[in-house]
Design a protein around this ligand. Structure first.
Ligand code: GLY
Ligand code: MN
Ligand code: MN
Length: 487
């Protein structure tokens, strides 16, 4: 009987601890097993007798003593799961033995520091990266300077060239210091000075240092999404598409671009997405013709305009990229609808070409042909072969940890996620009939490549012109959201 009670107590304690933890922070981040498996995949691709070196992203200053919200370098995050600055990792092709330790990777991270943590939050520290991220060999960043590693024994030292906005914060062993010490240890300056002398050390160092290959290896990993990544990416896309739908319901011509942006971003936060994956683009009328418009400050979007909204939620690192263009008053004008439906037709035809083995440039070519033909039929250009600037960008890029995720852009492969985003932009003053001026349309969806053909992941956002008009008739919870007037 006693024994039975003890078991119940243990059971209760275990689950209440797990429940308390579950309640505090999201539990659906990538697991440490994902990151270590990705390191194994990279190791398998490394040349023999080599080491790959990665640095955390720099901290970036916003103004005075305020920094931008820190965001980890995507490659570093992909391989480690570590979200703090001032860190570096070495991934060795073969086992290394130093003293009595044998290992094939080592990470240097920020040390625990009670005072710093009081200001900027908890750090994982060495014990944290061992327990939570599964690193067997981890050191405080300050230990790198005296860390004994003979780089001259490697045939290849692979790293990406250093970012040029790494600040010297005068803190010891910040990223600036880590890079300086690394440069010394690998004699980087010897080759960087482009030493004209043909001496032996220069030539040997130059042979050993490789700042080109690592990006290619990382691209070959990151362009194909694992099932764990797809869970997060699909969530980011669904959240973004729901943001578009909510905006369609809430839109009214008295809104400002800023307010429209806020509606999307509120929906993201409501679902627990931490950031926007890139600066939100919300442009009404002629502003929709500026491809990466980010001012989003038109106060009155007007009654008869289109509003182009290109936004993506970032959920646990993975970012969507979804664009919808809708009429501010809920009904497309004749000209707006003609242009919108032409872009839609181009997008549909392009998506049909998202097939395993197909050339990744093909959807862009297909969309361009349809748009050129349509523009000529509408009299906006003279013939379908006329040169013009109404569709000045490509249609297809990978998404993932980056909104423009790395890719080789050769053939579509299973489990790639690629945007399809044709557009037509006719700014005021264009050399066509004035009735088209100020119309800017982009439709952008996120497509998963599968054995059974393309799967559009952003379907929660209505896309056909008729569906958009219908969605805009739906009531919005924001209709009742009244705030006091300010002077
Ligand atoms: N939002 C940037 C892009 O569509 O590529
Ligand atoms: Mn895009
Ligand atoms: Mn976009």
């Amino acid at each position: 009987m006693k024994y039975f009670n003890f078991k119940i107590l243990l059971f209760f304690l275990f689950f209440s601890a797990a429940y308390a933890q579950n309640n505090e922070t999201p539990q659906d981040f990538l697991k440490k097993e994902f990151h270590s498996e990705r390191r194994e995949q990279l190791r398998a691709k490394l040349p023999k007798n080599s080491v790959a070196v990665f640095f955390a992203n720099p901290i970036r200053n916003r103004a005075n003593d305020v920094e931008y919200v820190y965001h980890q370098d995507p490659n570093f995050y992909y391989l480690t799961g570590y979200k703090e600055p001032n860190a570096m990792i070495f991934i060795f092709k073969e086992n290394q033995t130093i003293g009595n330790r044998t290992f094939n990777e080592v990470i240097f991270v920020q040390e625990r520091n009670e005072r710093a943590e009081m200001w900027t939050g908890k750090r994982l520290g060495v014990a944290g990266v061992q327990d939570q991220l599964g690193f067997k060999v981890a050191y405080n960043r300050g230990e790198f300077k005296s860390y004994e590693i003979d780089f001259s024994k490697f045939d290849k030292i692979l790293f990406e060239n250093f970012k040029n906005d790494v600040r010297d914060t005068r803190e010891s062993a910040d990223l600036f210091d880590l890079i300086q010490v690394f440069k010394e240890k690998v004699s980087f300056d010897l080759i960087n000075l482009n030493n004209p002398t043909n001496d032996k050390m220069y030539n040997e160092t130059k042979k050993r240092i490789d700042t080109e290959t690592l990006q290619k290896l990382m691209t070959s990993l990151r362009e194909i999404k694992t099932k764990e990544e797809l869970v997060l990416l699909k969530k980011a896309i669904n959240i973004s598409a729901i943001g578009q739908l909510e905006m369609m319901k809430a839109m009214n011509p008295k809104m400002s671009e800023t307010e429209a942006q806020g509606v999307h971003e509120f929906v993201y936060k409501k679902y627990g997405a931490e950031y926007e994956g890139y600066p939100s683009i919300v442009g009404a009328g002629n502003n929709g013709c500026i491809l990466h418009y980010v001012e989003n400050n038109k106060v009155n979007i007007g009654d008869n305009n289109l509003i182009l909204m290109d936004l993506g939620a970032e959920y646990h690192g993975y970012t969507a990229d979804v664009t919808r263009t809708i009429p501010t008053n809920g009904k497309f004008t004749v000209e707006q609808k003609l242009i919108y439906d032409l872009v839609y037709e181009a997008q549909e035809a392009g998506i049909a070409a998202y097939k395993i083995g197909a050339n990744m440039r093909e959807p862009n070519n297909i969309a361009r042909k349809i748009i050129n033909k349509g523009l000529a039929e509408l009299g906006i250009i003279a013939t379908e072969n006329s040169k013009h600037n109404y569709f000045p960008h490509g249609t297809s890029h990978h998404i993932g940890l980056d909104v423009h995720d790395p890719g080789n852009y050769e053939k579509f492969e299973e489990n790639m996620v690629v945007t399809m985003e044709p557009g037509i932009y006719i700014p005021i003053g264009s050399t066509c009939d004035e009735k088209w001026w100020g119309i800017g349309v982009r439709i952008e969806d996120d497509i998963l490549i599968t054995k059974n053909g393309p799967v559009i992941l952003s379907t929660m956002a209505p896309r056909k012109s008729e569906e958009i008009e219908k969605a805009m008739e739906l009531p919005s919870a924001l209709n009742d959201f009244k705030l006091p007037k300010l002077d």
